[in-house]
Write a protein that binds this ligand. Structure first.
Ligand code: PEP
Ligand code: MG
Length: 601
């Protein structure tokens, strides 16, 4: 039966595919396609691991049998018996084989997919005792996964498959993997994904994403947007309502997820998908066109990136530099990759240098680490550990609390500046004392490199304006910095007291609120007055609804995901900044600026 789940649209376009449900705790399980000739090996890997676990359990059972009732309670023997039964369960082994054979999933992915299928069946059982066996099944699968570690032949994920879905029939209950072969597109459904998890999926097989939680500018949503595939967050109960392998349409424009669509709905969305492809094709022709307004104003369209490799996409999209390299992504999710807790100076230097070289002579703005709030280091902790993480030890506060770590990063950035133009950007400053401490540490990093006789380059220094306190004390900032970059995502969060990652208050997260627009306008105006550089690097810069307003306010530097550059360029090419100036002032003074922004020109 067709039904729809509503959430928040975060990345444009339509994806149609089969649902892959991933439980947060198993996100670090590798997801990749194997080659048809590897099917037997992959099935063999599961079989060997399962046999090894069976032996392990048998030995445990034998030792329990030798113990007295005081050392090993009767329940323990019964539990081991249950684990053996679950391990040998036909539904588990048959299902796993089918996912591997019919879909070419790697063994670990097949195992966790089948686990989800069976777990759902347990959830639906009337009998409480049987329902509780789900936890045992999970433990058994965990053991098998553990045994499989290190036995995979292929580790590199395959590129995404974007083949369009054909109309389907619903006759595949017995074998959920049958019916449409291996080239079927897949969409990922999860309760929650941390930004680090998202990053792991960046080069993966999925054509779209849905999460139950998250706001439009949560970092998970930001990474989804950078992947340029349709995504919906804040879909609340989606991961409970959608079943493994259901057909799903993700409408990333409207924020709607349609489950089990009828052939008519499928056809309608297939049409929309093709329209989107045509529009992209049309925009692609603007790639080499300079971003100049009708009245001859040059506008810099820069890229936001998370990894040095993202510079490839940035150059391809026609970016004239990187306006925001979120360096914290180098620090996140390292445990899962079995790397040292933090990247050392050499590793960071190499990453920043690769970004500089990737941009082929164009400037790269490296923002120092912004960890905390919805970007925990290990993908889990911060939200649970701190009462109010967005107001806590985040960004520059984190760096100043750990000067050794900060100095390491500063030295690496300064060294990379010897290879090209780097702008050094500091996040979340609010106090003059933080500015002074930061500048002192930058001077110290230079001294340390001088003492070591290591080459480094000059950098322009910039501060992010993302706290109202900073936007209200611009003169202090401009005394010390060469340029400012407005982080509207946080500026909105802190001005309106709305957690940007909380879907429950997402309707109040309003970029067009007059107070937000006032702070943005004043920051641009003061920089223009003092002849200092200013750019916007929050999501507002990539939202075409705001392009004309920002141009009218005097902004000439926008930084956004590469996938948004061409649409914004189209707006720039159609704009006349002379005419927009007065109109922008009208928007600033309106009670409902959103209505004016949405009105046709
Ligand atoms: C912002 O806050 O607007 C910004 C660009 O930084 P981030 O989204 O990484 O917090
Ligand atoms: Mg920010």
């Amino acid at each position: 039966m067709t039904f729809a789940v509503h959430g928040l649209p975060v990345a444009r376009g339509i994806a149609i595919g089969r649902a892959v449900l991933v439980v947060s705790s198993r996100i670090d399980v590798a997801h990749y396609f194997i080659k048809p000739e590897q099917v037997e090996t992959e099935i063999g890997r599961v079989r060997s691991a399962r046999n090894a676990v069976a032996d392990e359990l048998t030995k445990l059972q034998a030792s329990v049998a030798l113990m007295g009732p005081n050392d090993a309670p009767h329940e323990l023997a019964a539990l081991l018996e249950v684990h053996q039964m679950l391990l040998q369960d036909e539904a588990l082994s048959t299902g796993v084989k089918q996912w591997i054979t019919n879909r070419l999933y790697n063994a670990e992915w097949a195992l966790t997919t089948q686990l989800e299928v069976i777990a759902r069946q347990f959830d639906e059982m009337e009998d409480e005792y049987l329902r509780e066996r789900k936890a045992d099944l999970e433990q058994v699968v965990e053991r098998v996964l553990h045994r499989m570690k290190g036995t995979a032949a292929v580790l590199a994920p395959s590129p995404p498959r974007r083949k369009r879905a054909a109309a389907h029939d619903d006759d595949d209950q017995a074998d959920p993997t049958s019916g449409d072969g291996i080239d079927v597109p897949l969409v990922l459904i999860a309760h929650d994904l941390s930004p680090a998890d998202m990053l792991q999926f960046k080069k993966s097989v999925f054509a779209g994403f849905v999460t139950d939680v998250g706001g439009r500018t949560s970092h998970t949503a930001i990474v989804a947007r950078s992947m340029d595939i349709p995504a919906v967050v804040g879909a609340r109960t989606a991961s409970q309502l959608v079943r493994q392998d259901d057909w799903v349409i993700i409408d990333g424009d409207a924020g709607v997820v349609i489950v089990d669509p009828s052939p008519i709905i499928l056809a309608e969305y297939g049409f929309k998908q093709r329209q989107g492809d045509l529009e992209r094709g049309r925009l692609a022709r603007l790639r080499h066109k300079p971003a100049v307004t009708l009245d001859g104003e040059r506008v810099d369209l820069l890229a936001n990136i998370e990894m040095p490799e993202d510079t490839v996409g940035a150059v391809k999209a026609g970016a004239v530099g990187v306006g925001l390299f979120r360096s914290e992504f180098l620090f996140m999710g390292r445990e899962a990759q079995r790397l040292t807790r933090l990247p050392d100076e050499e590793e960071q230097y190499s990453a920043y240098r690769r970004a500089v070289e990737g941009m082929q002579g164009m400037p790269v703005t490296v923002r120092t680490i912004d960890i905390g709030a919805d970007k925990p280091l290990d993908g889990k902790s911060s939200r649970q550990e701190h009462l109010n993480p967005a107001l806590g030890l985040r960004a520059i506060r984190w760096s100043l609390a750990d000067p050794a770590m900060f100095l390491t990063q500063l030295r690496a950035i300064l060294r990379a500046a010897a290879h090209g133009e780097i702008h050094l950007l500091i996040p979340m400053l609010a106090h003059a004392s933080e500015i002074h401490q930061t500048l002192a540490l930058i001077a110290q990093a230079r001294e340390q490199l001088d003492q070591r006789g290591v080459a480094y380059g000059q950098v322009k220094l910039g501060a992010m304006i993302e706290i109202p306190a900073a936007a209200l004390t611009l003169k202090t900032f401009l005394k010390h910095f060469d340029f400012l970059s407005i982080g509207t995502n946080d500026l909105i969060q802190y001005t309106l007291a709305i957690d940007r990652a909380d879907e429950a208050v997402a309707h109040l997260y309003d970029p067009a609120h007059p107070a937000v627009l006032r702070l943005v306008a004043d920051t641009i105006a003061e920089c223009v007055r003092q002849g200092k550089g200013v750019s916007v690097c929050g999501e507002m810069a990539g939202d075409v609804m705001f392009t004309r307003l920002l141009l009218g306010l005097g902004l000439r530097s926008f930084s956004m995901h590469p996938s948004q550059i061409l649409a914004v360029k189209q707006e720039v090419l159609r704009a006349d900044t002379g005419k927009l100036k007065a109109w922008a002032q009208g928007v600033l003074h309106a009670e409902d600026p959103a209505a004016l922004l949405a009105a046709p020109r």
